[in-house]
Write a protein that binds this ligand. Structure first.
Ligand SMILES: O=C(O)CCC(=O)C(=O)O
Length: 293
């Protein structure tokens, strides 16, 4: 059966690849047609609980190092972004190799195989970035994430970068899971909409929203993920639940992606590359993909 968010997986369809299952052909086709996909049970609930624990430990270490307490958004971020952006979702320091579980999952051959499946021409992928994205509840300074595309914030010459957004615990749609503008990955770049408060692609391009459907609200269970194309217009509503929303974002890019030099860089090591160069740097290793089982 095919839902509005992606073909339903049957118990027998997914092939286990390491800790992440391989996508079905129908799921890959859905991603290319719609620009996004819900992936039920990308990883097991048990493994997801371990990732959540690791993410929360990272947050605690961050606070223990003299950083502010969780919930104090004015100080709780490693990323140099304006206050209004930090209220959309807080980035803890990106997981490092010492955050073994999170790091290993973001570099795992199973996850690489999934991202490789979603490229226009499936092929090798390399690690670019991982992020823990915490959206605080509405009323505790959390706000909605405006409609935007990711590509205008990237320094890459191509859009071969399926963005994995993994639910680290059960997330009802009203806790701030992503919504997508169906088929908007074919629109080209619309511009940047996260830089100034009050900006939103929806108010700038009402005709685009009139002619494209919005994905349904997506309830995600722990271990479910969404994946979206860097040109897909997407947003997240306010977190109406009572606790923080924990998501793990993993960004892998096609291995032959080249650096354009576009600033500001969200990953420091990009400064060490020349314009036009492959991302050949120890920070961005090509990840061997696990063969289909
Ligand atoms: O987690 C959020 O609220 C927004 C994340 C986002 O925009 C993205 O993953 O591209």
């Amino acid at each position: 059966m095919q839902s509005d968010a992606g073909p339903e997986s049957t118990a027998s369809a997914p092939v286990q690849v390491g800790s992440a299952r391989r996508l079905t052909d129908a799921e890959v086709q859905f991603y290319h047609a719609h620009g996004y996909l819900k992936i039920p049970r990308l990883i097991s609930r048990e493994f997801t609980q371990r990732l959540l624990f690791a993410a929360q430990q990272l947050a605690e270490r961050f606070q223990a190092a003299g950083r502010p307490a969780a919930g104090n958004l004015s100080d709780w971020s490693s990323v140099n972004k304006g206050l209004h952006k930090r209220a959309m979702w807080e980035d803890l320091p990106d997981p490092e190799p010492s955050d073994t579980l999170l790091w290993n999952f973001s570099h795992s051959p199973g996850l690489a195989a999934v991202c490789s499946q979603l490229l226009t021409a499936p092929g090798p992928v390399r690690f670019y970035r991982n992020q823990i994205a915490v959206k605080m509840p509405h009323g505790q300074q959390g706000i909605r994430t405006p409609w935007h595309q990711d590509q205008p914030y990237l320094a890459f010459d191509r859009t071969e970068r399926p963005q994995v957004w993994l639910a680290l615990h059960d997330l009802p749609a009203d806790s701030g899971t992503l919504r997508f503008l169906d088929g908007s990955h074919r629109l080209g770049m619309l511009g940047r909409f996260l830089d100034d408060p009050g900006e939103d692609a929806k108010t700038r391009f009402p005709q685009v929203f009139a002619s494209h459907a919005t994905s349904p609200p997506l309830d995600l269970e722990a271990g479910d993920a969404t994946v979206h194309h860097p040109l897909t217009v997407h947003s997240a509503p306010v977190n109406s639940s009572t606790g923080p929303r924990w998501a793990f974002i993993i960004q892998l890019v096609a291995a032959d992606t080249r650096f354009t030099g576009s600033q500001p860089y969200t990953v420091r090591e990009l400064e060490e590359l020349r314009v036009g160069q492959l991302l050949d740097h120890p920070r961005f290793p090509v990840i061997p993909t696990e063969p289909a089982g």
